[in-house]
Design a protein around this ligand. Sequence first.
Ligand code: GRF
Length: 202
Amino acid sequence: KRLGVLVSGRGSNLQALIDASKDKDYPAEVVVVISNNPSAYAIERAKRENIPVFVVERENYKNKKEYEEKIKEILQSFRVDLVVLAGYMKIVGKTLLEAFPNRIINIHPSLLPSFPGLEAQKQAWEYGVKISGCTVHFVDEGIDSGPIIGQRAVPVYDDDTPETLAERILQEEHKLIVESVKKVLTEEYEIIGRRVVFKKRG
Ligand code: GRF
């Protein structure tokens, strides 16, 4: 199956998917990377792996619709089966949601619905939670609000800083994104209300 990955920054989750796809038994490969940020290190990661990468900058388009039409056009030209937002820092709009209904997933560095939005790791640290983690969910019109596919938890230690917590969560993100993509692409599931119900026990 063919993945289109949208990025804006470092690209470590993209790298996790690239590394996983090197195992011939992994059911997906990254066929195209799109960044809205021309200086995203994720671009270097794609180039190093000879994966086609496109920079699509929002300011080059007169509105969000035209911007997303461009992204949609690239994703469709690469016959993408699943779109993965991996550190993509823009809100997905109607154009992409309608083009890829329940085929866009996002990874977020907190146990949603707690701490949506930016700097989720710092939000959790400041709140004083003792368990945090990460979430992969289907993208809907909201912010970090779609049906949850999977989550991984990490302990928060009293001597943690926002940075040490973010690093601990990031290690789990890399596992969660790889296993969630595989699950969505290989397992039967139904979305019932907000619940993603996978048929197999898990
Ligand atoms: C990750 O923490 C992800 O959960 C959040 O932004 C960060 C992206 O990291 N959306 P990377 O670009 O994948 O390294």
